[in-house]
Design a protein. Sequence first.
Length: 216
Amino acid sequence: MTTTAHGASGQESDAAARDGWDRNRLRAVLYWATTLVIVVELASGAVWNLVPIDWIAAQLRHLGYPPYVAYILGVWQAAAAAAVIVPGFALVKEWAYVGSFFLWSGAVVSHLVVGGSPDLWGVPLMFGACAIASWVLRPSHRRLPATQLSRHRPSGTAGTGAGSQGSRPRPVLTRRRAWAVSIGLLILAYALSILTLPVVEPATYGRAVELGWIDP
């Protein structure tokens, strides 16, 4: 009977371990999915604002912003895309997430104030939601130490022992691989943004004409 009890306990432990692994894998997939969405959008926004394309100029004019805002947004979007995707720099990541949320929530409010339709403010709303999801789902090594400790360490424990394992430095090879992958993804996002400009520009120009932002 004892053997049976131990067997059942072992099976429950294995099931719990598999369940935890599945949850962690799903969390990682959702994190990278939402992170790539916002990084690609930030990179595209940087390119569109720094060119700038007619869609950006017409939209800023429609919303009542001066033209030079495009260049300010473009520079900060480029910085935010890099900060979010690369490993390390946890404090800078926090600023990048906050700035991205302000950017997209500001776009939502701006379109609502001028009576924009849901298809205009719904897009930045979606990106803002992705930014929140990415921030919530980010792994421990991409968090500020204080945030990490508050989430993973029981109250009253010291900064030693098992509670501090999440803050240990990652192996050099792992860090190098993380940097290589992150930089590769960032370069890919910019390449995609630049290569699609010949398609994006006429499409967005036509949309701006339909909306009455540009005289045909």
